[in-house]
Design a protein around this ligand. Sequence first.
Ligand code: ZN
Length: 152
Amino acid sequence: MQFPPLKRPGTCFTSAENMASDIYAEDIIAHYEHPHNKGKIQNPSESVHEFNPVCGDDIVLYVEIEKGKIKDIKFEGSGCAISMASASMMTDEVKGLTLKDIESMGVEKLIEVLGIDPGPARLKCATLSLRAIKKAVLQYEKKEITKEIKEL
Ligand code: ZN
């Protein structure tokens, strides 16, 4: 599957000055500077391109699903500190979980994982990765159900 080229990095909160703002927990900055699960999965079960036009955050998520669980998950892209830290932390969080677990995840869980409430202005940055993860699961389940129906 081919995606359009990634756009420019997020512009809402990328400077060190903005990152020093007290809403950022240390964890957020650590994950932004050294993201986990950054990269690509060859032949993933699903991949999703998700863009946040408010800020310019842009990610491609790769998911490998096996026996109803997230076996592996990686992301590529660029964006502000919140969006990138969220992608790093959420991919850590969902690895090994079942698709059902992910279906039931909401903003409360995201805030718990991030350790901060990003507030309404930055919520779209924070939820970008969760949207991508949920879309990947939805795409996968749609395919699986379509296969099942064909076999009936
Ligand atoms: Zn952002």
